[in-house]
Write a protein that binds this ligand. Sequence first.
Ligand SMILES: Nc1nc2c(c(=O)[nH]1)N[C@H]1C(S)=C(S)[C@@H](COP(=O)(O)O)O[C@H]1N2
Ligand SMILES: [Mo]
Length: 301
Amino acid sequence: MAHRWQNNLVRNDITPEAVWLNRRAFVASAGVVGGLGLIGAGRARAETLEPNSFEDITSYNNFYEFGFDKGDPVKYAGALTTEPWRIEIDGLVERPGSYALDEIVSAMTIEERIYRFRCVEAWSMVVPWNGFELADLLTWAGVKPGAKYVAFETLYRPKEMPAQRGGSIDWPYREGLRLDEAMHPLTLMATGLYGKPMPKQNGAPIRLVVPWKYGFKSIKSIVKITLTDKQPETTWNMLQPQEYGFYANVNPQVDHPRWSQARERVIGGGLFSAKKPTLMFNGYEDEVAGLYDGMDLETFY
Ligand SMILES: Nc1nc2c(c(=O)[nH]1)N[C@H]1C(S)=C(S)[C@@H](COP(=O)(O)O)O[C@H]1N2
Ligand SMILES: [Mo]
């Protein structure tokens, strides 16, 4: 349904991983062509995004439940039990409940989205995700009038997530979106990448992906989704509110207090490769800027 949002996300079929190109994803991408003429009209940007390798994406991770080093998640997340998996949906919804992941996924349409991914630490990748639109899930659950935000929680299971046994983070990891951000067609619930089930270090079995926001908004291994009328508390904002805001929209003009956000290091680009300029809203300005009309993006960082 929202294939038009892939308009600047052109698949690169020459990568070795091209075998993951399944028929459904192909049909989805074919749908892009029709929409491109309309949406792309008057737009100069036409960019081919070359996904990072499966190896890059699955070995350089932030998943603090398993430790703070980029290599910790791949080392320790293997212990995570992801079956069975349930997601509790509660708050201002018509059909609250605890749902088996299979029940949710079988009601959704899985498609492929090749998105830029920009961490607040000023590195980036391009990831070919598989998943469904969060909007479809929220519509399925039935959003009640009065809901203004969506809150998410990661699994809390210290037996399997060693860093949850201590440290400064108030577990579980929490994130949130404004309802209109959550309903935006770019906002994805990802169940896999490169056509494979989501690797544990990347947030198995299901995670959020919000491509125009810093990576920490894209919460992993989700067990709870709450519709609420209040802006929810979020993990990094609770830890360091002057450094990490609720919005966390990628913005090369608003620096982190301790480093510039103007440029980013592309993972896999080699040790001496130049940093590339960071794009406003991570390159999704045409699609999402309207969500923030009239908002001062320095105040609401
Ligand atoms: N539960 C949970 N979700 C999380 C994190 C985390 O530590 N715990 N790290 C975030 C950060 S800072 C980033 S950059 C991305 C990293 O996703 P990736 O490892 O798939 O690249 O996950 C985000 N989601
Ligand atoms: Mo991050």
